[in-house]
Design a protein around this ligand. Structure first.
Ligand code: ADP
Ligand code: GLC
Length: 492
């Protein structure tokens, strides 16, 4: 696959690592444009468009203001710069009132959504569309294609089709259908959307304006982050009400499994670890486990199976099943290193367990990049029993770090982890443990199964090796994206 021409891609996103991150979307937005731009088949250039949150403005390399522009009644300054860890181009939208706030990109310090999120992300979408139009302030750089990501940029394809009449092709990447950007109808006129399109064949969604529905309806092509999830979202169980439209557009929908950024996530070079290790020098992992147990105040014991969790604590992730079964596992000598925030009741349950069993359970809330790498490396296995999982990155990190994942059979988890059985052990494809049904009894049985296998060091090392040897870098996924770009441009 070769792009003969100078392909120009605008990658619009609400988060991108290392500028700002709340979850996997940031990992993908940081890694995929980089991987594409490094592909020898890719002849062109990519620019990332992102809101200028304080963290983004602080980390942007070589910032230069190139335009002041008013959209939706908001004065915005466009700043061109580079990613801190690469030469990739970034355009940050500066508007202090909208984006430079104490709190997260989507919510305040108490986890409450910002009340003007509709405006904040409509401005992002509106500017994305403008940059793809004849009125773009970026002279001499009109994108051939825009890749939008999730609901925060879902209005861009609508503005492109309905307002700017753009000739740029659009792709909407769905990273999580559960977040739909739904707002009451009073926003339609405030966001300068044509009222006539507030209908089933438009951006109406069960009596509300939905940014995600707009993107799904108006984008030229749709993609999501694993082949299995691409199928699942066309069903009632996983479609969150959008299954009808997604099924109708199934010919335009592709699933491409995410990769991992091996510059960031590689146990052989990871700067966060006290000792680096690899498949052939796996012994180094022991030193990381020792240091992690020490750091977290757990009993230092190489013989205790250490289970890791790093996650948003939401219904999606299925971790509410853990508190019930942890006491039984603790009795069997297990230890837990937990890092996660979200659901306050679940945070409290994990905290209570950590208070009762300080030598065996550690619970950290908040966002800690360094600790997340150490949990991934220092633990023996990683627990991720998601009820649905578009792709999931942590299980991929688990594979790369010799920390076999215990996962449910859904979305990207189903596409990336192979359960242990006679055949997969024999042909060296076993990489983890699959929970049949997402309930606590089934999860307990699977974790106990994993612990039993862990006791057999020879088999365990083979399973670690199977995962560590797999190529899960972005290389092949980036090639698939390039193919999707070409398909979109050629109208197929
Ligand atoms: P999702 O995007 O649904 O949250 P993914 O598995 O795709 O799930 O990605 C989650 C990403 O966020 C991973 O890189 C993970 O390490 C990271 N992460 C989640 N919670 C935390 C946390 N509390 N501290 C640091 N990193 C976290
Ligand atoms: C979402 C999904 C997750 C996926 C990530 C990146 O946050 O929940 O499964 O890995 O996006 O695509």
């Amino acid at each position: 696959m070769t792009c003969e021409n100078n392909l120009r891609v605008l990658f619009a996103t609400s988060e991108a690592h290392p500028l700002i991150k709340t979850g996997g979307l940031a990992d993908v937005s940081g890694a995929l444009p980089k991987a594409l731009s490094q592909l020898k088949q890719f002849k062109g250039d990519i620019k990332i468009l992102i809101p200028g949150y304080s963290a983004v403005l602080a980390k942007l390399k070589s910032p230069q203001t190139f335009a002041n522009i008013e959209v939706l009644g908001q004065n915005c300054t466009l700043i061109a710069g580079k990613m801190p860890d690469s030469s990739l181009d970034v355009i940050a939208i500066q508007n202090t009132a909208l984006y430079e706030r104490t709190g997260g990109p989507y919510s305040d310090g108490n986890g409450m959504d910002w009340p003007d999120n509709a405006l904040r992300f409509a401005v992002l979408s509106r500017l994305a569309s403008l940059l793809c139009s004849k009125n773009s302030p970026l002279k001499n750089w009109q994108p051939d294609l825009i890749q939008c990501n999730d609901w925060q940029t879902g209005l861009a394809p609508a503005y492109m089709k309905l307002v700017d009449k753009s000739t740029t092709k659009s792709i909407l990447s769905i990273h999580n259908l559960a977040f739909q950007g739904c707002f009451d109808t009073s926003w339609i006129s405030k966001l300068a959307l044509p009222v006539a399109q507030y209908q089933i064949d438009g951006f109406e969604y069960y009596g509300q304006l939905s940014f995600l529905k707009a993107g799904i309806f108006y984008a030229d092509k749709l993609c999501t982050v694993s082949p299995t999830y691409a199928q699942e979202i066309q069903t009632e169980k996983f479609g969150f009400g959008m299954q009808g439209l997604l099924k109708a557009r199934s010919g335009d929908l592709t699933g491409i499994l995410n990769g991992i950024d091996t510059q960031e996530w590689n146990p052989a070079t990871d700067m966060h670890l006290i000792k680096n290790y690899s498949n052939s020098r796996i012994a180094g992992k022991k030193a990381v486990k020792h240091a992690l147990q020490q750091h977290l105040g757990l009993q230092i014991d190489a013989a205790a199976p250490l289970l890791g969790i790093v996650s948003r604590l939401t219904y999606q992730k299925g971790l509410d099943l853990m508190p019930e079964i942890m006491p039984k596992l603790i009795q069997q000598g297990c230890q837990f290193a937990i890092l996660g925030s979200g659901d306050k009741a679940l945070e409290a349950s994990f905290n209570t367990l950590a208070e009762h069993y300080p030598a065996q359970v550690s619970m950290n809330t908040g966002y800690h990049e360094h600790l997340s790498h150490n949990i991934m490396a220092g633990c023996d296995m990683f627990v991720m029993p998601s009820r649905f999982e578009p792709c999931g990155l942590n299980q991929l990190y688990g594979l790369a770090y010799g920390t076999p994942p215990i996962v449910s059979l859904t979305g990207g988890l189903a596409d990336s982890v192979r359960d242990i059985n006679e055949l997969s052990l024999k042909n060296n494809t076993a990489t983890g443990f699959v929970v049949k049904n997402v309930n606590s009894a089934s999860l307990l049985v699977t974790i106990e199964r994993a612990i039993n296998v862990w006791k057999d060091k020879k088999i365990w090392h083979q399973i670690q090796k199977n995962g560590m040897q797999r190529n899960i870098s972005w290389d092949s996924s980036a090639i698939n994206y390039l193919a999707l770009y070409e398909k979109t441009l050629s109208n197929n």
